[in-house]
Design a binder for this molecule. Structure first.
Ligand code: ACO
Length: 339
């Protein structure tokens, strides 16, 4: 990527969406064969019925490369036109190199800068903010933000408190620069982080705090460990706070929102948040019943399916909100104008 500030006033606009999910469907009944759980417990506590698992030889970059190709095809864009590929992920192929560099090579985006963002399930919102900033500063014109997760590879499949929650997917959006106007594109962002709760959602081993070579560790130490009750309380609070602050900053009323696409972690968290925000359920799109929590892929995967269901139409004012490991949170309001 080569970018210079040229004084032009531009808006970043989301013009294409795409996703890739693994073929293997794992139902709650399948989970109940492996751990001591039931469909009734999982569905009533989370709203999840089934999720997708990558194959044993697949990683996040495999899903991401296929999703990226679909998004570029929808946009009619050559991979060499991409300036930047941003991959939010909590389950990268490796600690380094960044998964984004591997995917850029795979899809032929040889002129793109490529990097990952580690912000848990908020990663997609952080990535949209980064992509918007690059475009609106004049440093980039075409930015692909692509959440990519193979979470089941870093989940302890013998721990019923976590293994029923997570699924695998890659999904994202292409942002392009458009002439400045007052109504299209991303109207604003509210982002935050509170590391005091960081260890409530953590993969303990494998980094510099607990290096792999200083093991051996219990296999669970290399997997997601979560204080579910604390994350639940955090999530319900920040979803409401973040959306409220953003609406106030934009001097908008909640009635002006046509569609809310929240991070798909738990139906009870979403229900609590929308009732506090005063957003009716018919304005909220959810698909966690079929995919579980796909972390940084969940919001774009839900946006794509909302569009397929006719709920995300040109001109719609859309509120996106996420929360996750870090602990982090973020929201944005955008007007969807694909052309
Ligand atoms: N099946 C049956 N019983 C279970 C299961 C299960 N799958 N999981 C836990 N239980 C049991 C527990 O062992 C516990 O039993 P005990 O009282 O005998 O010890 C009991 O159910 C209650 O456990 P809680 O953890 O209190 O259950 P809770 O009602 O809080 O629900 C849940 C757990 C669903 C995880 C909830 O806390 C939650 O959704 N938290 C938020 C999680 C979340 O959103 N995480 C994603 C963050 S995003 C990211 O960045 C990855």
């Amino acid at each position: 990527m080569i970018g210079v500030r040229n004084g032009a006033r531009r808006r970043a606009r989301l013009v294409a969406l795409g996703a890739e999910v693994p073929e293997r469907v794992v139902t709650n009944a399948d989970m109940a064969k492996v751990v001591d759980t039931t469909d009734e417990w999982i569905y009533s506590r989370t709203g999840i019925k089934e999720r997708r698992f990558v194959a044993d030889d697949e990683a996040a970059s495999d899903l991401a490369a296929r999703a990226a190709e679909k998004i570029l095809t929808e946009a009619g864009m050559d991979p060499l036109e991409l300036d930047t590929l941003i991959i939010p992920t909590a389950s990268p192929d490796h600690l380094f190199p960044a998964t984004a560099t591997l995917v850029a090579d795979r899809i032929g985006a040889h002129r793109a800068a490529a990097f990952d963002i580690l912000a848990g399930c908020t990663g997609f919102i952080y990535g949209l903010a980064q992509g918007t900033a690059l475009i609106e500063s004049g440093l980039a014109s075409n930015v692909l933000v692509l959440g990519a997760e193979a979470l089941t590879r870093i989940t302890d499949q013998t721990d019923r408190r976590t293994c029923v929650l997570f699924g695998d997917a890659a999904a994202g959006a292409l942002l392009v620069g458009a002439p400045e106007d007052e109504v299209t594109g991303f109207l604003g962002f509210e982002l935050g982080a509170d590391g005091s709760g960081g260890l409530d959602l953590v993969v303990p081993a494998g980094g510099s705090r607990m290096p792999a070579q200083s093991g051996p560790y219990e296999p669970a130490q290399s997997c997601i460990q979560m204080n579910g009750r604390e994350v639940f309380k955090f999530a319900t609070r920040v979803m409401v706070d973040s959306c409220t602050k953003l609406l106030e900053a934009l001097e908008m009323h909640v009635d002006e929102i046509d569609l809310l696409v929240p991070h798909q972690a738990n139906q009870r968290i979403i229900d609590h948040a929308i009732s506090r925000l005063g957003i009716p359920p018919e304005k909220v799109f959810n698909n966690l019943e079929r995919y579980g929590n796909t972390s940084s892929a969940s919001i774009p995967l839900a946006m794509l399916e909302a569009r397929e269901a006719g709920l995300l139409a040109p001109g719609d004012v859309t509120l996106l909100v996420g929360f996750g490991a870090g602990l982090t949170w973020g929201s944005t309001i955008m007007r969807y104008e694909p052309t």
